[in-house]
Write a protein that binds this ligand. Structure first.
Ligand code: ATP
Length: 212
């Protein structure tokens, strides 16, 4: 198996007390992994660390075999744009732009033409049941729709690693099943999906659970 992410002695705290301590894990390409644990135990924080949005206090994170602790900010930003798709707990859509523009916005950071991605973006929105909202603004869509739009943005470039924080939290079971199918398809193509979740039905569909 090819390693997607590995950590050694990963340690982090917002203050003096570590929230995550001595975390040694390996997640392979092709895996769909659930991260679970009680509220406040550090699951979102762990996703921010794995996604290079926070820096460890101690230890190392390897992405695709490359150590990341010495990367400069610009290199980390490029790593994120090229390799990751993120789904944040609150969707984090830009309210000043249309739904479609939100989905294709990461194209800009990748140095690609945004217009070339419009058909793929529309197809994804359609798949997730929000195709008719493409021209709306995020303020005009429901929480569950916003979550699915954020998923489209995360999946558009078929990133090596998708990091999703409670991606089905606002969804009905049928919509959640569509999301899980898309994650499974993504992992089956040799990519990796890491999902923070409290939902037992999501856990049941993952290959493996890491309990924090
Ligand atoms: N920016 C921050 N500064 C200081 N403390 C923080 C910060 N972000 C989170 N925390 C604290 O770190 C702890 C872990 O938070 P985190 O959001 O990672 O937990 P979680 O397991 O994802 O929780 P939940 O399941 O409720 O979403 C909490 O006690 C939280 O209050």
């Amino acid at each position: 198996m090819t390693v997607a992410i590995s950590t050694s002695d990963l340690t982090f705290g917002y203050g003096a007390t570590p929230l995550i301590e001595g975390w040694d894990q390996r997640i392979d390409c092709g895996e769909l992994v659930a991260i679970t644990g009680p509220s406040g135990c550090g699951k979102s924080t762990l996703l921010y660390l794995l996604g290079l949005m926070l820096s460890p206090t101690r230890g190392e994170i390897h992405i695709g075999g490359s150590p990341t602790s010495r990367l400069k900010d610009a290199q980390r930003a490029r790593f994120r744009a090229e390799r990751f798709g993120f789904v944040f707990q609150d969707a984090a859509l830009d309210t000043t732009r249309t739904v479609l523009d939100n989905v294709i916005e990461t194209t800009l950071y990748r140095g690609e033409s945004a217009s070339s991605k419009v058909p793929d973006a529309l197809a994804l929105l359609e798949r997730f049941g929000v195709g008719l909202r493409a021209a709306a603004r995020p303020g005009q869509v429901s929480g569950g729709q916003a979550q699915r739009i954020a998923l489209c943005r995360a999946l558009l470039h078929k990133p090596e690693i998708v990091l999703a924080d409670e991606p089905t939290g606002n969804l009905d079971p049928a919509s959640a099943a569509v999301v899980l199918d898309a994650f499974r398809e993504h992992a089956s193509s040799g990519r990796t999906v890491i999902v923070v979740t409290h939902d037992p039905s999501v856990v049941a569909k993952c290959d493996r659970t890491i309990h924090l």
